[in-house]
Ligand binder design. Structure first.
Ligand code: GRF
Length: 202
């Protein structure tokens, strides 16, 4: 079962997936990193892990469709089964979304549908919620709107700071994302309309 990760930044989720794949906890291999920021830390992580990179600079293309068509060729040539977005800071067009429908997932640092979009942790703190968390969901054409696969709560306590909440959120993500990806690798995830069911074997 072959996975491509799309990321733009730090890559702590990419690293968690690579580590899980190495430990045999994923039941899948991380075969490709797709990154729109050639200088991002995640690119260094991929090189250290020996994961092939497809790097591109969006402004060198006429349209999003143009660089996504190129990405699609790489995904298909490598027979990628599942596309995993991990801090990929761009919206995808139908070029990728349609072709990978049901095989394209994202992780978002809030309990969706609350606090979609940028700086979800900042939004949650500003709003004053006492519980936030992490959501893994299918990607559709919208911003953080696809069917929800799994969520994990993270409390916000009076003594918390932006930094401590962000730390707890990342810890939750690094637990949840490899687990969810392993469900896909085992064929446990089913999607019908907006309803997602996970049938774990005993
Ligand atoms: C994560 O918080 C993820 O939920 C969001 O972007 C962040 C990426 O962090 N979509 P990292 O690059 O994996 O460290």
């Amino acid at each position: 079962y072959r996975i491509a990760v799309f990321a733009s930044g730090e890559g702590s989720n990419f690293q968690a997936l690579v580590d899980a794949a190495r430990n045999g906890g994923l039941g899948a291999s991380i075969d490709l990193l797709v990154c729109d920021k050639p200088a991002a830390r995640v690119v260094q992580r991929a090189q250290d892990a020996g994961v092939e990179c497809h790097l591109f600079t969006p402004k060198n293309y006429d349209s999003r469709e143009a660089y996504e068509a190129e990405i699609m060729e790489v995904l298909e040539s490598k027979n990628i089964d599942l596309v995993v977005l991990a801090g990929y800071m761009r919206l995808l067009t139908s070029v990728v979304v349609d072709r990978y429908a049901g095989r394209l997932i994202n992780i978002h640092p809030s309990l969706l549908p609350a606090f979609a979009g940028k700086d979800a942790i900042g939004q949650a703190l500003e709003y004053g919620v006492k519980i936030t968390g992490v959501t893994v969901h299918f990607v559709d054409g919208g911003m953080d709107t696809g069917p929800i696969i799994a969520q994990h709560p993270v409390p916000i306590l009076p003594e918390d700071t932006a930094e401590s909440v962000s730390h707890s959120i990342h810890a939750a993500e690094q637990q949840l994302y490899p687990e969810v990806v392993s469900w896909f690798a085992q064929g446990w995830v089913q999607l019908e309309g907006r309803q997602v069911t996970v049938k774990k074997a005993d």
